[in-house]
Design a protein around this ligand. Structure first.
Ligand SMILES: Cc1cc2nc3c(=O)[nH]c(=O)nc-3n(C[C@H](O)[C@H](O)[C@H](O)COP(=O)(O)OP(=O)(O)OC[C@H]3O[C@@H](n4cnc5c(N)ncnc54)[C@H](O)[C@@H]3O)c2cc1C
Length: 310
């Protein structure tokens, strides 16, 4: 079995940042990703909020991170999926669809995925008017008409965020009341440029190159209408990719996000988590990078013991 000092599961922003810090600390470091390295960063059409890069394509930013990792001799295995782990002993066992490895420390940086609503046009227009992240893509729709889908806290905060950017924000919610915090609901009611369509479900997202209309079905009036929009922000929740970690005994919160302390430690010694898979409240490239760095330096402290924290 191949031996490593540090194995990182996931080659997104968190995993790649961890890789750079692990290797530069002198740890024999392997990153494994079930897809090509780069993670969700590569899905962002344009990134305008990562310090140092006022405007950069997500693919280009991800490629720079991957090249940086390779430059400092991180080994990256792509298209290899971690299927199970045994984290009970001093040596952690990581099994993939190709091999088994042992490591002294493991970092989970497996990210999360946005829940989809599964309507016609959603996949086709993803990145071309269909977005799952208001903070990421909202500024592209300054002065435009946008539609938010959902009724929970993320839909409410996205609506408020967009109301400061877009000319008009519409919200389609399939029920007759929000499930969001009362303070957010009151804030939405006070916004003059927000209109809520209660009991409305999205049936189809339409457009040519970009989104231009959405078909809504009013489940109370039993009527269908088509409204003109420039963007659709789908906010029906996210789900962490934490199944393999959970199966290996890593503790998660009620929504499945891995619980960590400020040093990115999980409940198991020598096991860390970073980025969107954790219960950290902000899910951005910058925060994923910061958590990845912390996790790698903590793993270094745990393995080499110069400053191991109990
Ligand atoms: C369309 C879009 C636009 C965005 N725009 C911005 C933006 O402008 N600015 C910003 O700061 N943030 C933006 N974000 C959010 C940002 O991309 C994420 O917060 C960040 O990339 C999370 O990084 P991560 O490393 O935690 O996870 P990810 O980048 O999701 O990486 C996780 C990796 O783990 C791998 N993986 C999962 N399970 C396994 C397994 N079992 N075995 C092996 N590999 C596995 C996955 O293949 C993936 O590559 C955007 C997100 C989206 C979807």
């Amino acid at each position: 079995m191949e031996s490593w000092e540090l194995i990182i599961v996931g080659a997104g922003a968190a995993g790649l940042a961890a890789g750079i810090y692990g290797a530069r600390s002198g740890l024999k470091t392997l990153i494994i990703d079930e897809k090509m390295a780069g993670g969700t960063t590569a899905d962002a059409p344009v990134v305008e909020n990562y310090p140092g890069f006022p405007e950069i394509g997500g693919g280009e930013l991800a490629e720079k991170m991957v090249l940086h990792c390779k430059k400092v001799d991180v080994n990256i295995h792509e298209i290899e999926s971690v299927t199970s782990l045994d984290l009970t002993g001093e040596q952690k066992i990581v099994k993939t669809n190709r091999a088994a490895y042992e490591a002294e420390a493991v970092i989970f940086a497996t990210g999360s995925h946005y829940r989809e609503i599964g309507v016609k046009g959603e996949k086709q227009f993803r990145g071309r008017g269909v977005s799952y992240c208001g903070v990421c893509d909202g500024p592209f729709f300054k002065g435009k008409r946008v539609l938010v889908i959902g009724g929970g806290n993320s839909a409410a905060t996205t609506t408020l965020y967009l109301s400061g950017i877009a000319a008009e924000v519409m919200v389609a919610h399939r029920r007759d009341a929000f499930r969001a915090e009362e303070a957010l609901v009151q804030d939405i009611a006070s916004k003059k440029n927000v209109q809520v369509f209660w009991n409305n479900e999205v049936r189809e997202i339409k457009g040519e190159k970009l989104v231009n209309t959405v078909v809504l079905y009013d489940n109370k009036a039993e009527e269908t209408k088509e409204i003109a929009v420039d963007a659709v922000f789908i906010q029906v929740g996210e789900a962490p990719n934490s199944q393999v970690a959970q199966a290996a005994g890593v503790q998660v919160d009620d929504e499945g996000y891995i619980k960590t302390d400020i040093f990115q430690r999980t409940n198991i010694a020598g096991v860390y988590a970073a980025g969107d898979v954790t219960n950290h409240p902000v899910k951005q490239i910058g925060t994923a990078v910061g958590q990845g760095i912390t996790a790698a330096l903590e793993a270094y402290g745990y393995i080499r013991r110069p400053y191991y924290r109990r």
